[in-house]
Design a protein around this ligand. Structure first.
Ligand SMILES: Cc1ncc(COP(=O)(O)O)c(C=O)c1O
Length: 405
């Protein structure tokens, strides 16, 4: 079969980022992927009306069940992550909530990172317990904390690495091994949004699921919200039925088309992001007004060895601390010329945002005792979370220097 028939493409990540999942259109010869906005598809054979009638060989029937443009992106992401299958969602949160609510049932127990993206942190602390799902949040940067939290009814371990907002890492291989040794049915899921498949492919380290906010590096341009979950064919088929077809938070074909265009340059962008982030991190580390910098690519990061083992690229998320964070944040919002003082990450534009520890403890993480101490050891009273874009490192450093004083 030729590329015209969408065969999986062999080769390196850069080749697969461009070609995997796509193909020359057999009717028109179009080289770029078609954008198929049709919500419904005419069939030549009568078939069942319920999604329970779907099987692997079913054609397209209705876009909530599957769509040709979204399917191309799903095949490309599966190839990049080295996963059997992928399912796209309307956002990273739709991917995360779809996964959690499909796999976990009343009476199940979830072990999760005590710091992760605030939306996920609040979902697992507020929504899941309301549904009778027990949740234990631990500092997953130490695998022994995960081992100690596992119970007879543990059904999932949910990790994020590097994790929001501290860029703290966890050892996916060590945690997957101990979770599966405790009970082979436990599913290990990793939010790999900060890393991207260019840096880390969690399934190769023993995880069962990986999920992404495609809104960040994978889309890469800050103009399309999306999410994805990847895993085995069997797990992703079950997820498609429940989380996509029944919960309904599917990715729009237009966003899939934009995100697929972002994917093609992902390996090149990640290389540039990583190089610039290291230069900015080194500049900040030597700056008189900066008290601490956290970047997995710096030798001073407490988990630099793990980062070297687990990440092929250190990505471009870093945090730093200064003496009076809120006052500097105020200056940044008014005076930065290149950085946008804004949430989100992974765009070609550099972004920066202040994350106060007390605020995050009240709203999202609600840590106490040793866990709060460990958080403060990393973050002090708060950190600037920085997403380094694709601008020149010297210009970014000059922009920061002007407001840091
Ligand atoms: C690590 C991580 N996971 C998930 C999400 C949620 O993604 P989305 O905004 O696409 O719903 C975010 C958003 O910032 C994130 O940073």
């Amino acid at each position: 079969m030729s590329q015209r028939h969408n065969t999986p493409i062999e080769g390196g990540l850069r080749t697969r980022a461009v070609h995997a999942g796509e193909g020359i259109d057999p009717v028109t010869g179009a080289s770029a992927p078609n954008l198929v906005m049709s919500t419904t598809f005419a069939t030549e054979e009568a078939s069942g009306f319920s999604a329970h009638d779907l099987d692997e060989n079913s054609g397209f029937l209705y876009t909530r069940w599957g769509n040709p443009t979204v399917a191309q992106l799903e095949r490309k992401l599966a190839s990049l992550e080295n996963a059997e299958a992928c399912l796209c969602f309307a956002s990273g949160m739709a991917a995360g909530s779809g996964l959690l609510l499909s796999v976990l049932s009343q009476g199940d127990h979830l072990v999760t990172s005590d710091t992760n993206y605030a939306g996920v942190a609040e979902l697992v602390r507020d929504t899941l317990p309301r549904m009778g799902i027990e949740v234990t949040a631990v500092d997953t940067s130490d695998p022994t904390n995960v081992a100690a939290a596992l119970k007879a009814n543990t059904r999932m371990v949910l990790l994020e690495t590097p994790a929001n907002p501290l860029v703290r890492l966890c050892d996916i291989a060590a945690i997957s091994e101990l979770a599966h040794a405790h009970d082979a049915n436990i599913k290990v899921a990793v939010d790999s949004t900060f890393a991207t498949p260019i840096a880390t492919r969690p399934i190769e380290h023993g995880a069962d699921y990986v999920f992404h906010s495609l809104t960040k590096y994978i889309g890469g341009h800050g103009d399309a919200v999306g999410g994805a979950v990847l895993g085995s064919k069997q797990d992703i088929s079950a997820l498609r039925l429940e989380a996509a077809i029944h919960y309904g938070g599917i990715l729009s074909p237009f966003n899939a088309w934009l995100i697929m265009r972002g994917c093609a340059t992902l390996p090149l962008r990640m290389r540039a992001h990583g190089e610039t982030a290291l230069a900015v991190a080194q500049f900040l580390e030597s700056h008189k007004s900066v008290t601490r910098v956290m970047y997995p690519g710096l030798a001073s990061h407490p988990q630099h060895d793990l980062a070297r083992r687990q990440m092929d690229n250190f990505s471009a998320m870093l945090t730093f601390q200064v003496e009076d964070g809120p006052a500097v944040a105020d200056r940044m919002a008014k005076e930065l010329q290149i950085f946008h003082y804004a949430v989100s990450l992974g765009h070609h534009r550099s972004l920066i945002f202040w994350m106060g520890t007390d605020d995050l403890m009240t709203t999202s993480f609600r840590l106490s005792g040793d866990q709060l101490e460990s958080y403060r050891a990393y973050a002090g009273d708060g950190v600037f979370r920085v997403s380094i874009g694709l601008e020149d490192a010297e210009d970014l450093c000059a922009d920061l220097d002007r407001v840091l004083g």
